[in-house]
Design a protein around this ligand. Structure first.
Ligand code: NAP
Ligand code: ZN
Ligand code: ZN
Length: 346
């Protein structure tokens, strides 16, 4: 077994604190990665708080993992020692169902294995990237370009693919008006991709202070959603709203901003179910959709696209001891625009 250092929440009430644990030895198809940076996703906070379902404790969060390969199993074909590597939200799936066969491992019909707060096929709990090393089957490890700053690549493994995938699925681009709802980790990546794909991008935000940043990220317009005048000017105008909001919000209000046939795509995952009156959809034949992370082939495609187009996350690098403060700031919407843990501080 591999003796591993990490940060864990021991129970749903406890703060994250140092914790040593064991990972499996490197099997024939496994890649052993020294973790250099790990992004901090709002999903980490949801999960240590049991917002979605009772979690598996102790919990080591983290699914935006980048680092260097330190060892490969005897049958590993895709990676070599010394190369950069990434791991996102998934570490395994059945590989034989219709979805897995199409590269949609995130929708595995037999249940994919989450990087943390999940159970491997042998029933053992999985532990995430707030740690110094990880062992993952090569099929679930991504190639990372040496061209981009590694710390700013980490958030692409979740925030990046979660926004890239629905924009690609719905072919959002030239001629579309895209609203990005919420300017946090996911939202700022959605702005970058929306602009890169040619859409007219408007940020819908509760934080007037983020306007300058939104424009610097490439957004064409910025609407403060608490300002009724600004809201009136965009009513009924968007073809798509990409909803990245992590907390309860009024769906009727946002649906009223969609144009006829508009699509509201949920990627944010608030703890409470949405209340969606039928009338909010009927007037204008509107749809509500959802999207979960992305499969392995599309995640690699997104990483390659980012390397080719010089796209990374805007980050604030933190010492792991700052993690509780980072969570507090995240809850207040004070993220610019992704915290990334420097694992050298572990
Ligand atoms: P984040 O960095 O905290 O960003 C969320 C943003 O939403 C905030 O910065 C804020 O932006 C806005 N917001 C927060 N509370 C709000 C409220 N009550 N009403 C309106 N806007 C509000 O979080 P994140 O890491 O981007 O994650 C966002 C959500 O996506 C989380 O629920 C996370 O679990 C989920 N997620 C889903 C997937 C998936 O596969 N679908 C993957 C990753 C994450 P403004 O200041 O601009 O208003
Ligand atoms: Zn995430
Ligand atoms: Zn499957």
């Amino acid at each position: 077994m591999l003796q591993t250092k990490g940060y864990a929440a021991q129970t749903v009430e406890s703060d994250l604190a140092p914790w040593n644990f064991e990972r499996r030895d490197v099997g024939p198809k496994d890649v052993h990665i020294e973790i250099l940076f790990c992004g901090v996703c709002h999903s980490d906070l949801h999960q240590i708080k049991n917002d979605w379902f009772p979690g598996i404790f102790p919990m080591v969060p983290g699914h935006e993992i980048v680092g260097r390969v330190v060892r490969t199993g005897s049958d590993v074909k895709k990676f070599k020692k010394g190369e950069l590597a990434g791991v996102g939200c998934l570490v395994d799936s059945c590989r034989i169902c219709e979805n897995c066969k199409q590269g949609l491992e995130q929708y595995c019909l037999n249940g994919s294995v989450a990087t943390y707060n999940g159970r491997a096929k042998d029933g053992s709990p999985t532990y995430g990237g707030y740690s110094n090393q990880i062992v993952v089957h090569e099929d679930f490890v991504l190639h990372i370009s040496e061209k981009l700053p590694l710390s700013a690549v980490a958030p692409l493994l979740c925030a990046g693919i979660t926004t890239y995938s629905p924009l690609r699925f719905w072919k959002v681009g030239k001629g579309h008006k895209l609203a990005v709802l919420g300017l946090g980790g996911l939202g700022h990546m959605a702005v970058k991709f929306g602009v890169a794909f040619g859409a007219e991008v408007t940020v819908l935000s509760t934080s007037p202070s983020k306007e300058k940043d939104a424009k610097a990220l490439g957004a064409h317009k910025f609407v403060v959603t608490t300002d009724s005048k600004q809201v009136a000017a965009v009513k009924g105008t968007f073809n798509f709203i990409l909803d990245t909001v992590s907390a309860k919000h009024d769906m009727s209000f946002y649906l009223s901003l969609l144009a006829t046939n508009g699509i509201h795509i949920c990627v944010g995952a608030p703890p409470e179910p949405h209340l969606i009156p039928a009338f909010a959809l009927m007037g204008g034949r509107k749809s509500v959709s959802g999207s979960g992370i992305g499969g392995l082939p599309e995640t690699q495609e997104m990483l390659d696209y980012c390397a080719d187009n010089n796209i990374v996350s805007d980050i604030e690098i933190i010492d792991i001891k700052y993690i509780q403060k980072a969570y507090e700031r995240m809850v207040r919407g004070d993220v610019h625009y992704r915290f990334v843990i420097d694992m050298a501080t572990l």
